[in-house]
Unconditional design. Structure first.
Length: 109
């Protein structure tokens, strides 16, 4: 079956619009406190769903044996790229600096 040029163009534009909406969807950086009082930093579209997944599955190697996790901080980012950059920045913080960040109000990047 051969797809006509207008149909092909419509599909390409539709896929492109879908990709753009994914990249412009707000993402969240979060910090969760583990049972052993360590802090885990990650990103997610739905933070509550992600923390629940940490607590009910063994997908994440770090949190596998540190359950239950408690969400202690989250901040909104414009897109996934900025969320990843902010996650790396927070992961480079010392524990004291992370605790200071948790004590402050919510931010956004």
């Amino acid at each position: 079956m051969k797809i006509s040029d207008p149909e092909r163009k419509r599909r390409i534009l539709s896929a492109s619009a879908m990709n753009k909406s994914i990249y412009n969807t707000p993402w969240f950086v979060y910090i969760a406190e583990c049972k052993d009082k360590t802090l885990y930093t990650g990103i997610a579209l739905d933070v509550n769903k992600r923390v629940k997944a940490h607590n009910t599955t063994n997908q994440c190697r770090y949190t596998r044996f540190r359950k239950p996790l408690k969400l202690v901080y989250q901040e909104s980012c414009v897109n996934q790229n900025l969320a990843l950059k902010r996650e790396l920045e927070i992961k480079s913080f010392t524990r004291d600096k992370k605790l200071e960040l948790i004590g402050k109000s919510k931010r956004s990047c």
